[in-house]
Design a protein around this ligand. Structure first.
Ligand code: CA
Ligand code: CA
Ligand code: CA
Ligand code: CA
Length: 268
């Protein structure tokens, strides 16, 4: 009986319309928020190889600034770029001044009334007061232009001793590049932050720093000539041999399904 049925089926091969649609290997793979940072640094107009690298994960010993013999009138231009690896993300930077130390007392310091280094006090120096910083949302040409937002400028008074200052790059409230709150970094493109410092006077109001026009392509537009006119003549001997150290951390966080994220909300 069974054998007979089998013969009937075989004889009918191809006699019916058929179709098959198969979906094999259905998979869920988690996306990644993998922040990579590059840096390009120029000190007094000359490239700083040790602080210049292609996009990567930062490791111990990667310094945006690592200068051991700065003097009044010295300046640096330094541009960071952030890459968030194809996924839209919020971004923040945390800055912590970890040292403003006397280190040693030189005779010219002593002549002004400065006192010997207290080893247990990491904030008994005077160099931080002489360093003027400027940070801006750059378009990648390492030059401050009139349409680019200055995130921060002035000396390190905005970073109180040992206290971490959380700066918003892009979160629910702001985006330094587009000016639009709730606009995350586009995972498809890099974002740039220009930084400059001057040991001396880098004051917006007395025009020692001059944003270029929006074209930004004048002869003196490169990081070897710009962005600051640094005036060191008012720096005194108080800061000789003193040392400043700071930690700079960048954070990226998933933007999708996380619309209310702000850089200030995370405790660290
Ligand atoms: Ca000290
Ligand atoms: Ca620019
Ligand atoms: Ca000193
Ligand atoms: Ca000193």
């Amino acid at each position: 009986m069974i054998a007979v049925v089998g013969v009937v089926v075989a004889g009918a091969t191809g006699a019916f319309f058929s179709d098959t649609e198969t979906s094999t290997g259905n998979t869920f793979t988690a996306g990644a928020i993998d922040l990579k940072i590059d840096n390009s640094a120029w000190h007094n107009g000359l490239p700083v190889q040790g602080s210049t690298w292609n996009p990567k994960d930062l490791v111990l010993g990667d310094f945006f600034f690592n200068l051991s013999d700065i003097k009044p009138g010295d300046w640096e231009e330094d541009t960071i770029s952030l890459h968030v690896d194809n996924n839209d993300a919020w971004a923040c930077v945390d800055v912590t001044l970890t040292k403003d130390d006397e280190v040693s007392l030189k005779e010219p310091e002593e002549d002004l009334g400065d006192v010997a280094d207290e080893v247990s006090d990491l904030f008994d120096g005077e160099l931080a007061q002489e360093l003027q910083f400027m940070w801006w949302a750059d378009d990648g040409d390492n030059v401050l232009e009139q349409d680019e937002e200055v995130i921060n400028s002035g000396n390190l008074g905005w970073a109180p001793e040992g206290q971490t200052v959380k700066v918003t790059l892009a979160d629910a409230n702001d985006n330094i590049w587009t000016g639009i709150g709730g606009d995350p970094l586009d995972g498809e493109q890099p974002y740039y932050i220009g930084k400059a410092f001057c040991m001396g006077n880098l004051d917006e109001e007395d025009s020692t720093y001059n944003p270029l026009d929006n074209a930004g392509n004048e002869d003196n537009s490169g990081p070897d000539a710009r962005p600051v006119d640094c005036d060191g003549k008012d720096v005194t001997n108080w800061s000789q041999s003193d040392s400043v150290m700071m930690d700079i951390s960048f954070r990226a966080e998933q933007a999708r399904n996380n619309p209310d994220f702000t850089c200030q909300q995370i405790n660290n």
